[in-house]
Write a protein that binds this ligand. Structure first.
Ligand SMILES: [Zn+2]
Length: 631
């Protein structure tokens, strides 16, 4: 997963995919063992979708029907049973049978031999009660006749001991919406799509986006890539983003080499409106699957911002095809959806993935070295929000509970930095020839999709294939609790601390995390936005520290209070999509006078602590740096 605060089938045109897959996959499973699941997106009532599950005849004396408590890639309790209501069991004559609700996510079927079907209604997470507690990219969005984002783990359940049974999933859908998914289809039509899932895991691993057709597909070496977009404003068209995705994935393939053999990859991009973004507290991001990813961003993003966010986030998700998908422990391989057992190795599943999502961009020339250094420095800054003395392996194993859960976000910050240090260390010891990518390739070759490692064996195995110093690093900083002195590792590759011009997300920022103004009370105790830091663009317009910001683009901020938060956000947010040549204006008060300041957005930057290449570095050090970044 990758989450960030305010980043499809990529499909083959649906028909092509469906026909192809239908021919390939329909034959195998005898229908008597198949669990039939049906979803009705047409007869939606009160924003709830009706689901029916028809199992094969059961021989057991009792069984339990589960909706997942937790799903792979999320590392938190989701309790998707919260979104399910009116669960009923019926016998073959249509009589209602006894069902015992065991907890939020499970229902015991008292006489399963008589069971014909289970039915229930499902709320979506985008506006259901408690929905904001689910990451939007792992949630469901039902907008009648407009769009359906189906993360099926929130909709379809499984029976005890029957996770390995195959499913036939039928979806009744509105005529003008098309399905985009990597789930193989056995048949499709205007009103009914029927999909196959080999086992319950495939139900979870293949989300579906129903929306108006807005998709592209293209071949990239040996991989078929699809991108489908739902854009409420219709501003964002899949064809516009194909070149960037193509360039990115080509670069990823070049970076990974033979470590990747994914045959197809679909990107389902759901762009939410501002209300939804606010509902989720600004949370956006993506969730990984074996052959697809669900990405949720906000429709208000400009094309430039959306492109860069797609590159950062989708590349992260695609690198998950390396780990955990091809290198994972038994805990992940035999995932328990309702009894979570966690692996110690989030430093790898998320940390290595996030590190590669940045490293490949410099390695393949998509970004330059200063940009890469800034990204690492930003991670050091963001990692300070978390407990730097918490053992990373201990945190990982306990991640679903506190105090670990509150530190989850650090897997993308310190987790990536741990990999950077390991990479530099292994490069140093191997004279530049090997790094963490070499380690991962070896692990992927040895293990792969179907062969998990034992959780406790991973670190010794990596140490055995590398150097004792790597073992000491793991012992001290990963299993152990000693914070990392990053400067030691930067020094090995000739980088020193200094001041740099750091690019900002938008003109209203002063650094990577703060705006250029903050609310402060005036003499009467009323809150005002006071300018307390500048960036290059607003400084060029004549903004000064101490100015009181009254409004922007001709509009005034309302009274600053909790209640008006939404209105204030609505005024500020368009700035993230402003392009460099746009002329904008701010209204400020200075010394009792009102001023209108205006100028070009430009490329907002601010002076920040950053990394510089040491001009006095020895030649061997510079060589090591090049090996680290470009080999
Ligand atoms: Zn991830």
């Amino acid at each position: 997963m990758k989450s960030l605060l305010s980043k499809s089938l990529l499909s083959l045109v649906a028909a092509v995919l469906f026909v192809g897959c239908a021919a390939l996959r329909t034959s195998s499973t005898p229908s008597s063992n198949v669990i039939q699941a049906s979803i009705d997106l047409v007869g939606i009532e009160d924003d709830k979708v009706e689901i029916t599950i028809t199992p094969p005849p059961m021989k057991v004396e009792s069984t339990v029907f589960y909706i997942p408590q937790i799903v792979p890639g999320t590392y938190e309790y989701s309790n998707f049973g919260r979104f399910v209501e009116d669960v009923k069991a019926f016998d073959k004559k249509g009589n209602e049978m006894e069902l015992i609700s065991l907890d939020q996510n499970s229902w015991e079927i008292v006489k399963p031999k008589k069971l014909a079907k289970i039915s229930y209604k499902v709320n979506d997470t985008f506006d259901g009660p408690d929905g904001q507690e689910i990451y939007p990219m792992g949630g469901t969005d039902f907008q009648e006749g407009e769009v359906y984002l189906l993360n099926l783990h929130s909709m379809i359940g499984y029976f005890e001991e029957m996770k390995e049974s195959s499913y036939k999933l039928s979806v009744s859908s509105p005529k003008d919406l098309e399905a985009f998914t990597s789930l193989p289809a056995r048949s499709t039509s205007d009103s009914l799509d029927v999909f196959n899932a080999e086992r319950y895991f495939h139900i979870i691993d293949n989300p579906i986006l129903y929306s108006k057709p807005n998709a592209v597909s293209f071949d990239l070496d040996e991989i078929k890539v699809g991108l489908a977009i739902y854009s409420p404003s219709d501003v964002h068209q899949a064809t516009d983003y194909q070149p960037a995705i193509e360039e990115m994935m080509k670069a990823q393939k070049a970076f990974l080499g033979d470590a990747n053999d994914t045959p197809s990859y679909d990107i389902l991009l759901h762009l939410m409106n501002m209300d939804a973004l606010q509902y989720f507290g600004g949370m956006m991001g993506a969730l990984e699957h074996h052959t697809s990813t669900t990405v949720v961003f906000v429709d208000a993003m400009g094309a430039g911002e959306l492109t860069q966010s797609l590159v950062d986030v989708v590349s992260h998700e695609f690198f998950h095809t390396l780990t955990p998908l091809n290198v994972h422990s038994e805990e992940i391989h035999n995932f328990e959806y309702n009894r979570p057992l966690m692996s110690q190795h989030l430093w790898m599943y998320e940390g290595t993935t996030e590190y590669f999502a940045n490293l490949f961009q410099i390695n393949q020339g998509l970004i330059d070295a200063p940009d890469f250094y800034n990204r690492m420095m930003e991670k050091i800054t963001l990692a300070q929000r978390y407990d730097d003395t918490m053992s990373f392996t201990e945190m990982s194993a306990g991640i679903v509970d506190e105090p670990y859960q509150a530190n989850y976000g650090n897997v993308y910050q310190k987790g990536a930095l741990i990999n950077m240090c390991l990479d530099i260390l292994i490069r140093e010891k191997s004279g530049g020839s090997k790094g963490i990518l070499w380690v991962m390739k070896n692990l992927a070759e040895k293990y792969g999709k179907e062969k998990p490692f034992k959780d406790e064996d991973l670190i010794p195995e990596i140490v055995a294939m590398t150097y004792p110093e790597v073992g000491a690093f793991f012992e001290t900083h990963l299993v152990g609790t000693a914070p990392i002195d990053y400067d030691t590792y930067f020094a090995k590759v000739g980088l020193i601390n200094g001041e740099v011009d750091s690019p900002l997300r938008s003109i209203i920022f002063a650094n990577s995390t703060q705006l250029f103004f903050s609310p402060q009370p005036n003499a009467e105790g009323e809150l005002q936005f006071v300018v307390n830091q500048l960036n290059a663009s607003i400084e060029a317009m004549g903004m000064q520290v101490g100015d009181v910001l009254l409004g922007m683009e001709g509009e005034r901020f309302p009274e600053i209070n909790q209640e008006n938060g939404g209105k204030i956000n609505a005024l500020l947010t368009p700035s993230i999509r402003w392009e460099a040549n746009k002329i904008i204006s701010f209204t400020v008060a200075r010394d009792g006078e009102e001023l209108e300041l205006s100028g070009k957005v430009g490329t907002p930057t601010a002076t920040a602590k950053g990394l510089l290449e040491d001009p006095a570095a020895a030649e061997s050090t510079v060589e090591l740096r090049k090996a680290w970044l470009y080999n």
